[in-house]
Ligand binder design. Structure first.
Ligand code: LLP
Length: 425
């Protein structure tokens, strides 16, 4: 996060509060959000994409406070489940500024979205088109929709988070013609208002040429629809997926550069295809919240093995599954003091009952790292708390937002009572 510094005693401070203070007031492990950093990232995207709409992808991390933050900063919101939709509505998000995603939304979820007046629903299958059309009819509403397409772009990221290649579950294929047919079908539905297409090529992407290729292919499709039905589809969503720096080796593009490249490709392609330029939207999640948080852990045990030192902290794969799931890289630092001892190769591991419970695979930590030290792992704002589990019945950590020297809990720590509350009998 931006507002992080080390005091003269070596203790890390965030927005004016020391990690020692945070530990005392809220305990560990805890997710710590630099609220002004997140707000600044919202504004950077808003300013860079001033002629577009920016939908914050709630799956990265969502709670009521976050909904309020992104709404205050002028963003729209992408939700992908009834639970995310409920959170958005409970926090007072304008439904017209919500987009609803998912490859298998339930009838109940669709019904709720239509009733609430959700601005757009991104349809992902023929079954869904039929369901949504019937629901809109029943409610006497006309629902705005986008069609999720697979533009057939190979995004260079982990296989599980790449989404634009053909052999996966999302969207209608452009190359296979199903996207074209879905568009004609929706244009024939009285209760559905086809606004355009949606493409999301994957996540944690650095090479922007994938977005450009996807935009070009989608606009070719828009031109085909225009030829067939003489309609100019007014919107185009290019999805999210903008990579962030987890380690010093990652080199993400600035929102300003992304915006310029996307603007240019859309303008050029519209000119070439003689299309009216559609209103563009994007859906960053990770790039907005990822770098704005760190996880604060306390070291419990240290084991020096021959190949490396294992530093066990009081959380683990239940609050950060990304290392185990995607082989993701993180860094770690001793945040509660300065150490002048030499660096040793360490692995930061959790407290769960399996050896894959790794938070940071390789990191150099001071040789005198010891129980009681606080360790901070930066870049955990996206897909850590939101993918947290109760594995081994470990309660999920709280999220503490810090701003201008004041800290507030925005998600409280889960308790054993919370866990037991679900057990019946
Ligand atoms: N829009 C759509 C339709 C998406 O499916 C996603 C992410 C986003 C936007 C936001 O992508 P972002 O800007 O955050 O990269 N759990 C994985 C990431 C899965 C992303 C799924 N969809 C991870 O931890 O890396």
């Amino acid at each position: 996060p931006r507002h992080v510094a080390r005091g003269t005693d070596g203790v890390v401070e965030i927005a004016g509060i020391t990690v020692e203070q945070l530990k005392q007031d809220f305990g560990t492990p805890a997710f710590v959000l630099d609220e002004d950093d997140m707000r600044a990232r919202c504004r950077e995207f808003r300013d860079a994409f001033h002629d577009a709409d920016v939908y914050y992808a709630g799956k990265a991390f969502l709670c009521k406070a976050v909904v309020k933050i992104i709404a205050e900063e002028g963003l729209h919101l992408d939700v992908c489940s009834g639970g995310e939709l409920a959170t958005a509505l409970a926090a007072g998000m304008d439904p017209a500024r919500i987009g609803f995603h998912g490859n298998n939304k339930s009838v109940a979820e669709l019904e709720r979205a239509v009733e609430a007046g959700v601005g757009r629903i991104i349809v992902d299958s023929v079954h869904e088109i039929d369901r949504l059309s019937a629901i809109a009819e029943r409610h006497g509403r006309t629902q705005k929709v986008l069609i999720r397409v697979t533009p057939g772009v190979e995004a260079h990221t982990h296989e599980f988070i790449a989404t634009a290649h053909e052999d996966q579950k999302f969207g209608f294929s452009i190359a296979g013609g199903t996207a074209y047919r879905a568009a004609l079908k929706i244009l024939d539905e009285a209760r559905l208002d086809l606004r355009g297409f949606h493409s999301h090529i994957g996540s944690q992407i650095f090479d922007t040429s994938g977005f450009e290729l996807a935009a070009r292919r989608v606009l070719e499709l828009v031109a085909e629809i225009k030829k067939a039905r003489d309609v100019d589809l007014p919107e185009l969503d290019l999805g999210g997926g903008f990579g962030i720096a987890y380690t010093t080796q990652d080199d993400p593009s600035a929102p300003k550069d992304l915006a310029e490249r996307m603007r240019k490709i859309v303008e050029d392609e519209c000119e070439a295809q003689q299309l009216v330029k559609p209103h563009v939207s994007i859906e960053p999640g990770r790039a907005i919240v990822g770098p704005a948080m760190f996880t604060l852990y306390e070291v419990g045990t240290v084991k020096e093995l021959e190949m490396r030192t294992y530093v066990s902290v009081d959380g683990g794969m239940s609050d950060n599954i990304r290392t185990a799931l995607y082989d993701a890289s993180y860094s770690a630092t001793v945040a509660s003091r300065r150490s002048d001892s030499h660096p040793i190769l360490a692995r930061v591991v959790g407290k769960h009952c399996e050896s894959g419970d790794i938070v940071v695979k390789d990191e150099f930590l001071p040789a005198d790292v010891q129980p009681g030290d606080l360790v901070a792992v930066p870049g955990t704002g996206a897909y850590c708390r939101s993918m947290a589990s109760n594995y081994n019945h470990v309660p999920r950590p709280p999220v503490i937002a810090v701003r201008d020297g004041a800290a507030r809990v925005i998600v409280r720590r889960e308790t054993e009572a919370d866990l037991l509350a679900l057990d019946v009998g």
